[in-house]
Structures are given as structure tokens and as C-alpha cells.
Design a protein around this ligand. Structure first.
Ligand SMILES: [Zn+2]
Length: 173
């Protein structure tokens, strides 16, 4: 499990954070102040650094190869996530395994366990649930993922159709 790539996302492309978590990758959003701090965290925690800032790529830790960094192009967030997936050859997506808000691994919950914790219409129709041990959000494979779900669907379709990669999980409803 721990050979899964992990990421740290620079502030200029913060929206990628949730998308990568959605795909099941441990992803930190950089909240520090300097490029040096960003690179240091990436090195210490063996995270792939994602940025749009060309100057960061000139730092020694990156030019020497100690830190793996990817410079993302402009364009939509969908284009950027496609770039990450294709440049880093990501091929093992595990949706519903990481909390979108705080990056913690989600824990499977039996339907009975969430009975009084989710809306009744959800409970009646959704068989599978996961819970975040940190914020205690409960996720299920329905509209709860809101706008992210739509994005994931588009992305999933693209990835499955164009790149012929499979999700471990069936995310279609
Ligand atoms: Zn959480």
C-alpha cells in the first residue's frame, strides 16, 4: 500500500488536491510560505511535488533528482489531472479510500452502522459506506460527492476509454 505515490500540491493548483484524494492518493496541500519549505516537505515525506512555478524546478533538490517534481501546464483542472495521471503513469485508482477534506484513510462501515447517521433515502438506496476517522464524514457513492462526482465521472470515462485503465472500484451509479 505504501508504494502508492504520494503528492504535495503547490498553492497555485490547489484544486488538484481533492481530485487526487478522490482517486485515492495521499495528497497534501502546501500551506507554508516559501518554496524551500515546499521542497523540504516533498523530500522528507517522499511526495511528488506538483506545481506551476518554473522557478521551483531550478532548486537543487529537484535538479539532483532527490525530489520528484512535475511542472503542470495551464488549462483546465481536468487537463492538469490528466497530465499527472499520464506523466506519472498512475494506474491504480482507489476512489473512496481517502477523505477529501483532511486526507485521512477512510474506514469501511456496514450499512447498519450508519443507519441513523445518513438521510433515510440514502440509507435505503446505498449499500456501501466509508467514514473518515478524523472529521467523521460519511461518504457513499451517490450525490454526496456533489460536484466532485461529476468530475470523477468525466475523468473516469476519459481514463477508462482513452487509457484503458481500470478502477479497482466501480464508481458508476
Ligand atoms: Zn475527514
Amino acid at each position: 500500500m505504501n508504494d502508492r505515490p504520494q503528492f504535495i500540491v503547490d498553492q497555485n493548483i490547489g484544486k488538484l488536491t481533492k481530485l487526487l484524494r478522490l482517486l485515492g492518493y495521499d495528497t497534501k496541500f502546501f500551506t507554508g510560505e516559501t518554496d524551500a519549505q515546499l521542497v523540504e516537505i516533498a523530500q522528507k515525506e517522499s511526495r511528488n511535488l506538483l506545481t506551476r512555478d518554473t522557478h521551483i524546478l531550478e532548486r537543487r533538490a529537484i535538479t539532483s533528482g532527490r525530489v520528484k517534481a512535475l511542472l503542470l501546464g495551464s488549462g483546465t483542472i481536468e487537463n492538469q489531472i490528466r497530465q499527472v495521471v499520464s506523466d506519472l503513469h498512475l494506474d491504480n485508482f482507489q476512489p473512496f479510500t481517502i477523505c477529501l477534506e483532511d486526507n485521512r484513510p477512510l474506514i469501511a462501515r456496514a450499512r447498519e452502522e450508519v443507519k441513523n447517521r445518513v438521510p433515510i433515502y440514502v440509507w435505503k438506496t446505498q449499500p456501501e459506506y466509508v467514514e473518515c476517522p478524523e472529521c467523521h464524514r460519511i461518504y457513499w457513492k451517490g450525490t454526496h460527492w456533489g460536484a466532485m462526482t461529476l468530475r470523477l465521472e468525466k475523468l473516469t470515462q476519459y481514463i477508462q476509454k482513452e487509457l484503458k485503465w481500470n478502477f479497482k472500484d466501480d464508481t458508476s451509479n
